[in-house]
Design a protein around this ligand. Structure first.
Ligand SMILES: Cc1cc2nc3c(=O)[nH]c(=O)nc-3n(C[C@H](O)[C@H](O)[C@H](O)COP(=O)(O)OP(=O)(O)OC[C@H]3O[C@@H](n4cnc5c(N)ncnc54)[C@H](O)[C@@H]3O)c2cc1C
Length: 448
């Protein structure tokens, strides 16, 4: 295992130097069977330190809050009750916020954020191990909130102006405020370039009009990362990203859009003449597509550790259940067909996890969020997402099957994760969009 310092300096250098990954890599990573030289997949010393501290945090800080929440009749973190607008109950939301703030104070909330802006500075392989640990240990409990999810800091918001660092970025890193990424519209999903929300210059300000749909945390976010069309001159359009205060005049939060996730977190937003100063532009005008992709790619890469962690948790539960459950006077684990179900779960988890580690190790060398992105990066990122999402769907489906009717009990881990797994194949780019990116990478490398 390369030392931690080497891993850290590699990922930091590629992130800050933009396309620095275009060095020792062959013309097409599609032709490489092994990770690029310098890529490591092992657990670094600081990941071991992180997971030990996280386990202690779960026992000391999260367990009492979880107990308190259970007594309130507000539902569980994975199956909250809803308020009259269909939103996550206030008690569950507040319990999650408390965990986020405490995790921020303990330095556990944002290990993925660059060290230069006050985050942990972990590379992608390190984050795979962290995410795998957190999802396996927390299951569906309140502890999941301790590691930043889409409400937290992300690679795009790191490009905010120095003036906004103190106002938004630092409080996001410490878990004191939450964000929402506002990209999708009802009329523009996979074809995001067709979005209609636009921003127009007015003096030194920008004025935003339009609406967004299917936005996670739209009900509660303190700051909105809004992607909008801007005029690129000569009748052409570009995309730009703006930070909009959630309470700014002209921002309207819509009702919940209830999905199979049943988490009371997904909704719509409307922007009517929302005025923001020029310093609220993230990066430069015209950077919006690249910034949006860095947010989306971050979410795609998180699928590796998430699916490995939850997959391992479901497999452990399935093995235990198969040994305990007796049908016809003997454990179902004695049935070869059940043994094969367990073996198939293990094979799926093992392959998807290996894909994630190898691809993310290559991306640590290439720069997962570099601007411009290395030409091999989109293919690798999409491989991580589609392989993990689809393997985890089969794993969750089999986990239900092993239990028979008991696997269908509402909000049991198996039933809930089956619904989560079904969802994963759509947000952050559908499975079809991932295959498009993989094929594009292959065909371009053949043409080169
Ligand atoms: C629970 C949830 C949370 C979400 N959170 C957010 C969020 O926080 N922020 C945000 O901005 N968005 C969010 N989204 C939106 C999500 O990113 C989009 O739903 C997704 O990108 C797909 O867009 P769409 O739903 O409009 O499907 P469509 O684009 O309408 O696609 C419909 C079908 O056509 C296929 N298709 C479309 N175009 C192509 C093509 N070119 N090639 C092949 N097949 C194609 C798709 O694969 C799909 O099967 C969320 C969605 C969900 C369900």
């Amino acid at each position: 295992m390369t030392t931690v310092a080497t891993t850290t300096s590699t990922s930091t250098a590629t992130r800050t130097a933009g396309g620095a990954g275009e060095t020792a890599m062959p013309a097409s990573g599609a032709e490489t069977a092994m990770p690029a030289s310098g890529a490591e997949i092992g657990v670094s010393a600081r990941v071991s330190d992180y997971t030990a501290r996280f386990a202690e945090f779960l026992a000391r800080e999260v367990a009492p809050l979880e107990k308190e929440l259970a007594g309130q009749g507000a539902g569980t973190p994975s199956q909250p009750r809803f308020d009259e607008k269909g939103r996550m109950s206030a008690a569950v939301w507040e319990a999650r916020r408390e965990v986020q703030r405490r995790a921020g104070a303990a330095g556990l909330y944002a290990p993925h954020t660059s060290a230069e802006v006050g985050g942990g500075g972990f590379g992608r392989v390190e984050m795979h191990h962290v995410e795998e640990f957190v999802y396996r240990r927390s299951g569906l409990g309140l502890g999941l909130a301790a590691l930043a999810w889409t409400e937290g800091p992300n690679p795009a918001v790191e490009h905010c102006s120095p003036a906004l660092r103190e106002q938004y970025l630092t409080p996001l890193i410490t878990g004191e405020i939450t964000a929402a990424f506002c990209n999708t519209e009802f009329g523009a999903g996979s074809d995001v370039l067709r979005m209609a929300t636009h921003a127009e210059r007015d003096g030194s300000d920008w004025v935003i009009n339009g609406s967004k749909g299917w936005i996670t945390n739209s009900h509660f976010a303190d700051v909105l990362q809004v992607v909008a069309v801007t005029d690129a001159g000569a009748g052409t359009r570009s995309l730009s990203m703006f930070l909009v205060d959630g309470n700014a005049p002209g921002v309207t939060r819509g009702v919940d859009l209830p999905t199979t996730m049943a988490d009371g977190l997904t909704g719509a937003l409307k922007f009517t003449d929302v005025r923001v100063p020029a310093e609220n532009v993230v990066g430069e005008i015209g950077d919006g597509f690249g910034l949006a992709m860095s947010w989306i790619n971050w979410r795609r890469l998180c699928r590796g550790g998430m699916c490995a962690g939850w997959g391992a948790w479901l497999l452990e539960r399935a093995v235990d259940y198969a040994q305990q459950r007796e049908v016809g006077g003997k454990p179902i684990a004695d049935q070869q067909v059940v043994q094969h179900m367990l073996a198939n779960m293990h094979a799926d988890i093992y392959q998807a996890r290996a894909t994630s580690l190898v691809a993310q190790a290559e991306l640590d060398v290439l720069g997962p969020y570099a601007k411009p992105l290395h030409r091999d990066a989109p293919r690798l990122i999409s491989l991580v997402k589609v392989i993990n999402d689809e393997a985890f769907f089969r794993v969750a489906d089999t986990a239900v099957q092993v239990r028979g009717a008991a696997g269908l009990i509402q909000d049991s881990p198996e039933e809930k994760l089956f619904r989560v797994a079904r969802n994963l194949r759509i947000p952050a780019g559908t499975s079809e969009i991932q295959r498009n990116a993989i094929a594009r990478g292959l065909l371009r490398s053949r043409a080169a």
